[in-house]
Ligand binder design. Structure first.
Ligand SMILES: Nc1nc2c([nH]c(=O)n2[C@H]2C[C@H](O)[C@@H](COP(=O)(O)OP(=O)(O)OP(=O)(O)O)O2)c(=O)[nH]1
Length: 131
């Protein structure tokens, strides 16, 4: 899996885009970072650019990989998640698949009910350790 930390300068602090899963999806209404599965033949960066085009309608410039997490969900299999920074993109952000989408400061991230696999990253970001 690949996911993006899409950043913007929010006046006084950096903000990151957070997305909420739909009520009818597994792990419904949990918050996550936009992204998805790497298809056969794709690099991680190619997969992420494709997912961001599909989910948000943007042409993203995929930056540095800042974190990698392996996690076992109780009800499912193990996942391997890689997070990349995105500081630039073309086009206008459009919510195509999420229940909700918001900009959050890094500090405020723990207030969102994130997927379990993301919690270590959320903590690092909110405490200023990663960005
Ligand atoms: N996009 C994304 N997925 C995450 C994050 N954290 C996390 O555990 N995941 C998990 C949830 C899903 O099991 C998987 C994402 O895969 P996906 O988007 O292709 O699949 P999905 O379950 O959301 O939906 P579906 O297409 O399988 O119906 O990775 C995250 O921050 N962003």
């Amino acid at each position: 899996m690949v996911a993006a930390l899409i950043l913007r300068e929010g006046g006084t602090a950096v903000e990151v885009l957070v997305c909420q899963r739909k009520p009818d999806q597994p792990m419904s209404l949990k918050w996550e970072f936009p992204g998805g599965k790497i298809e056969p033949g794709e690099t991680a960066e190619e997969a992420l650019a494709r997912e961001l085009q599909e989910e948000l309608g943007i042409e993203a410039v995929i930056g540095k990989r800042v974190s990698r997490v392996r996690h076992k969900y109780r009800n499912g299999g193990a996942i391997d998640l890689q997070f990349f920074v995105v500081k630039e993109f073309g086009g206008a952000l459009e919510n195509r698949i999420f229940n909700d989408m918001r900009w959050s400061t890094l500090e405020a991230l723990p207030q969102f009910d994130f997927l379990a696999a993301d919690l270590g990253l959320i903590r690092d970001l909110s405490e200023g350790r990663l960005l």
